[in-house]
Ligand binder design. Structure first.
Ligand code: PTJ
Length: 245
């Protein structure tokens, strides 16, 4: 659909079109369309802009990625459709590996995602070679299958738009977990070490520029405090916009 730039919801509708295109191109799962709708609702609540709390989380994530020994960016269908360019830029700056890892398991979709990322400039995309498959213990979903040279061996893992089970399993495996999740109440948000409560479309761009500026410095980021602050930002935003809140 050709959305006129003058439309008041142009940005949100354009992002929606990216997901629909990703679905049409075989990258996004049907369920990914629903997940996107949930994200849209939370984006509305935070005011469709990057909050101060999200900026602090982005800077902490940049430090963690730059200090990592073996960072990995986990990519699913929604992420591949929404920000392919930024995934590749981030991987380059942080020397991170890119791995396709799906919740709704589908070998064909995995390969399509890897192909699309390579087309966008990725040199190597892990996660499609069965000989390299390893299992993360304590996880029943297909997300337990990871690449020996990627998530399995990694120490700092960026898992955007993730489900809570795997975040917990990755933590149990001793990894530092960074996520993008617009819902500060989700299990992933609550379980990760660093939760960026922002739309990945905005946040990934900022994460890339923060990595460009950042030095490897320790950050004393506290995720529980940041999530409480994200909820306050939602409350304050609602108060500003309504007289009944
Ligand atoms: O491609 P697959 O098979 O790996 O499936 C990917 C989805 C996203 C469908 C799968 O991981 C899933 O079902 O995720 P959930 O459990 O719905 O969680 C996705 C979370 O991401 C939700 O809390 C949404 O609010 C949030 N979210 C959705 N869109 C965005 C987002 N967060 C940041 N930016 C977005 N654009």
């Amino acid at each position: 659909m050709n959305i006129p730039k003058s439309h008041p919801r142009f940005v949100s509708l354009s992002i929606r079109e990216k997901i629909v295109k990703g679905y049409d191109n075989g990258l996004v799962a049907k369920e990914g369309l629903l997940a996107h709708g949930r994200g849209e609702a939370f984006d509305y609540l935070i005011g469709e802009k990057t909050t101060n709390t999200a900026r602090a989380a982005i800077n902490a994530a940049a430090s963690a990625l730059l200090s990592a020994h073996s960072p990995v960016i986990s990519v699913n269908g929604n992420v591949a459709s929404l920000c392919p360019k930024e995934i590749i830029q981030l991987a380059k700056i942080t020397k991170a590996k890119i791995e396709v890892n799906l919740f709704y398991y589908d070998e064909h979709r995995k390969k399509s995602i890897a192909k699309s990322l390579k087309k966008a400039g990725a040199k190597q995309v892990l996660g499609t070679n069965p000989k390299s498959y390893r299992r993360i213990s304590g996880l029943d979903s297909s997300r337990r299958i990871v690449d020996r040279d990627g998530i399995f061996a990694g120490d700092v893992i960026l898992v955007p738009l993730e489900d809570g089970d795997r975040t917990a399993a990755l933590k149990r495996a001793g990894k530092t977990v960074i996520t993008f999740d617009l819902n500060p109440l989700s299990r992933t948000s609550q379980t990760a070490d660093i939760t960026i409560v922002d739309n990945i479309v905005r946040g990934m761009k900022l994460l890339v520029s923060s990595c460009k500026k950042s030095k490897r410095k320790r950050s004393n980021f506290n995720n529980k405090k940041a999530l409480a602050s994200a909820l306050s930002e939602i409350k304050n935003n609602l108060k500003r916009r309504t007289s009944i809140a």
